[in-house]
Design a protein around this ligand. Sequence first.
Ligand code: DGL
Length: 280
Amino acid sequence: MISLPEKKLNPAGNSNPVGIFDSGVGGLTVAKKIFELLPYENVVYFGDTARYPYGPRSQKIIRKFSSQDTNFLLSRRVKFIVIACNTASALALEKLKRTYHTPMIGVVEPGASAAVKATRNGKIGVIGTLGTIHSHAYPKAIRRLDPRLEVYSLPCPLFVALAEEGYMDQEVTRLIASEYLHPLIRNGIDTLVLGCTHYPLLKKVISRTMGSKVRLIDSAEETAKEVRKFLEKHRLLRKIRKKPVRRFYVSDIPDRFIEVGERFLKGKIGKVKRIDIDRY
Ligand code: DGL
């Protein structure tokens, strides 16, 4: 799943950070899981807040933005790159893998593979941004693993705004969830992939709407597990078991990122630095 010729890995660079990028604050749901599973890893997080959202944009633009995001992380000497954004994973990961030698992972394959393992009746639902759903990246990844499975996909763009506004369990969220998810309930899915950085924050409402029999797959969590597996397998884990350095960068003023981000992380972010992404 993660391609890299062995010789390109730098065993001496274990203290080098893990790089994570996203269109903005949403990727912190992935960062949070990585912090939990890899508590000693140094991390550099980049949120492209100046060009957020990625969800409705074309593949050409997403690929350009993702290359610049990658160039920035590489300038911070990262040893591994996590594309936390589902839209960028769906539309740009393959291209990035062909262009760069640094090992990288997106969130689509880990989520797809967890869904394939979880389903009992062979009917899987996927929700995400317009870009993610129109790319068909999840259904393709799922069917590569098991062509017999039925996949039903739906864009749920309003969930992103609701999560950022902190509307996790309000009446409006419940109404929108029932409006959006009704077709998936009718299709009889037993597994639903939360194919967007923001959706894990709405897990409670989504789960209540879908019913207790539908298993929710959190791509963020599955991706963090894959990152740990890869770093372990390639002996790239940081050797020192000391408090790590976690740095956060954004491409616009950091205020809103800090405010929303602390809610997403359920913890303090600390200093956030603004960079000019057009230079990369
Ligand atoms: N990070 C995006 C994703 O996971 C959601 C927000 C956006 O549209 O940029 O697809």
